[in-house]
Ligand binder design. Structure first.
Ligand code: AMP
Length: 625
């Protein structure tokens, strides 16, 4: 239950808006408040009737924007607090009429002649968010922290306050978006020495780079962030990539095909965006689209996409250079880089930003949500709730990865002080495995299903090798802000992949206590189960290897020895099968003894195998690893 008269955090965005709340009952971890259908984002789009009545806000208004272009108002943030002349460069991108109002301010004129101020349109969006928050929290919401871009001037900030007032909300604080992003990561709350951070915000249509100086102080908040410089491009974003993909697909097609209708083109643009998003996680994808009534299919690879993106990313990196120059800093002066905006999910963007600043950027929090989450952190400070609640000097629960059979290998144990680093070596359990799934877990229990899942990632492109041969090095690195980076490198092939998460996100003190209590209650049972799961995995490898050798070596093995080995093999295989059916029916000591006995018995087989392979030449055999 929230406190009465809660303060929420609002990210009032150009394309999408969100509302978040840091609930004291949930350890003050900020959470996005979704709509009744569970959707976190509210498209910042309002449709009016010709007479100025609000017809629709959000998803529905955006979906039908093409049907009512002149009375569907999107990107209103571009007009907030600006004169029509100042906004002139943006007007070609807007589908509705913008006129000059009192004091030369920009106003929206609907087809019926009704005139709206940008504040009124923003107020409609804020009202929808206020209602959403009231429904989610079960109480009236009257106060909010609202974020604005760092470059917003006084008029734009005042317009944002006015919009809040029209929506029945008191804007208790207007916070810069990059500052909010930093607060979401606890920067400024856990900072012990002054540092300089960069916030790289690349969305659908705009790019901003802000450089912030953070000065630690008791009970710090947004007051302790100073914006040193900002640079950006109001027309650089993911939409450009969609357009580049469309251009790439069209010319070759158009040479021998009829031109496309408007709706076919719109569909192609949507397919291009979908393909772009898929290519952030996959190496290639297929785009299917209709051209002149005929269906066409084209495959596009990540490599191709990256070749188009290179000069597009150069533009963003140039802005980074400019901002650094203005702040009289070098890339190496930046201690952390925070990623904001949907387009920062593109691996090439992450790579290039990492290379430029010489540090792995922060990607643990959802880049669409990080600003709203930070606004909620600021709201909890304003409400006097926080104290030093977020200061985390130790890892409250162990961190590890899932191993074969669903057991957990703990890599950093609970109560380790941060920052901390630990590595462990693993290998594969199946021959020819070219991809390894890494499941990162938190908790004290022995089985993955009893722990909290922090995320999954894949290490792909490993050359096929026998089970046990790949050398997988997994590193856990948790920095002073509590951000965990898990990286996996297959040392033979050099392939690597990583994942970032915030382990304490959404975790309450009670949950930590419960997870610790559960681990004590289940300690004996869990240990037995973990032991059996490991025995299954290891015995499987033994059984497979010995069976293979028996088949391959055939007559080279004395028949009575082969028979003896087979009987031990069958006994162990029966135990594996029984343990897989129901682990509680198997005595781990008997299982262990059966494995040991087979291992002892198979020493001679190893010797025969080596002798045979020497006799037959190098292609003969491979060890089990
Ligand atoms: P924003 O304005 O921050 O909501 O960012 C929206 C932009 O991010 C759009 O251009 C989306 O197509 C893009 N986007 C969202 N998710 C991904 C993804 N996984 N990979 C690449 N682009 C994405």
């Amino acid at each position: 239950m929230p406190e009465s008269d809660p303060i929420v955090g609002i990210d009032l965005g150009t394309t999408n808006s969100l509302v978040a709340y840091a609930d004291p009952a949930r350890g003050l971890s900020p959470c996005i408040l979704p709509d009744a259908e569970g959707r976190p984002l509210l498209p910042s789009v309002v449709r009016y009737s010709a007479e100025g009545r609000t017809e629709s806000i959000g998803h529905d208004a955006r979906e039908h924007a093409a049907d009512f272009p002149q009375r569907t108002i999107a990107s209103i943030k571009r007009l907030m607090g600006r004169s029509r002349r100042d906004a002139a460069a943006d007007l070609p991108y807007l589908s509705y009429e913008v006129i000059e109002g009192p004091n030369a301010t920009a106003r929206v004129r609907l087809p019926g002649g009704h005139v709206l101020s940008p504040q009124e349109v923003s107020a409609a969006i804020l009202s929808a968010l206020r209602e959403r928050a009231s429904r989610a929290l079960g109480c009236k919401v009257r106060r909010a922290v609202i974020t604005v871009p760092a470059y917003f001037d006084d008029a734009q900030r005042q317009a944002t306050r006015d919009a809040a007032r029209i929506a029945g909300l008191e804007a208790v604080r207007i916070v810069n978006e990059p500052t909010a992003a930093a607060l979401a990561y606890g920067i400024g709350l856990t900072t012990k020495k002054p540092e300089t951070v960069a916030v790289f915000d690349l969305g659908g249509g705009t790019f901003d780079l802000s450089i912030l100086s953070v000065i630690p102080a008791e009970g710090a908040d947004a007051d302790f962030f100073q914006v040193l410089s900002t640079a950006g491009d109001t027309h650089l974003g993911g939409d450009d990539i969609d357009q580049m993909l469309v251009q790439h697909l069209l010319p070759t097609e158009q040479a021998h095909a009829p031109s496309m209708t408007a709706s076919e083109l719109q569909n192609l643009r949507a397919q291009a965006e979908r393909a772009k998003i898929i290519l952030s996680d996959h190496d290639s994808t297929e785009i299917a689209f209709i051209q002149g009534g005929a269906e066409r299919r084209r495959t596009i690879t990540r490599e191709q996409l990256e070749s188009f993106l290179s000069s597009w990313i150069d533009r963003a990196i140039d802005c980074c250079r400019r901002a650094l120059r203005d702040a009289k800093l070098a890339p190496t002066d930046i201690s952390k880089v925070i990623m904001v905006g949907g387009s920062t999910r593109i691996p090439l963007v992450r790579r290039r930003v990492g290379e430029f600043f010489g540090t792995m950027p922060y990607t643990a929090l959802d880049p669409d949500q990080v600003v709203a989450l930070g606004a909620a952190v600021q709201a909890s400070i304003m409400a006097g709730l926080r104290g030093d609640a977020l200061l985390l000097d130790v890892i409250p629960l162990s961190l590890g990865i899932e191993t074969v059979g669903g057991a957990v290998a703990k890599i950093i144990v609970r109560n380790t002080t941060v920052p901390a680093r630990a590595t462990e070596m693993f290998s594969t359990s199946v021959d020819g495995q070219t991809s390894i799934k890494l499941h990162v877990l938190q908790g004290e229990r022995e089985m993955a299903s009893d722990c909290r899942s922090l995320g999954v990632f894949h290490l792909r492109g490993i050359p096929p090798m026998p089970a046990g041969i790949p050398q997988l090095q997994v590193e856990f690195l948790i920095d002073a802000s509590g951000v965990l980076t898990v990286s996996a490198i297959e040392r033979r092939s050099g392939k690597r992949a990583d994942l970032q998460v915030v382990p304490n996100h959404g975790l309450t003190a009670e949950e930590v206590d419960r997870m610790e209590r559960d681990s004590l209650t289940h300690a004996r049972e869990d240990m037995t189960r973990h032991r059996i799961v490991d025995l299954i995995a290891n015995s499987r490898l033994d059984v497979k290897w010995i069976r293979d050798r028996l088949d391959k070596l055939g007559d080279a093995i004395p028949p009575d020895y082969a028979a003896q080995l087979r009987s031990r093999l069958d006994a162990l295989a029966a135990l594996i099968a029984a343990a897989e059916r129901d682990w509680t029916t198997v005595d781990p000591n008997a299982f262990h003894a059966a494995k040991e006995s087979l291992d002892r018995e198979s020493v001679r087989l190893h010797e025969i195998s080596i002798a045979e392979s020497l006799r037959r030449g190098p292609a003969g055999s491979s060890p089990p690893g």
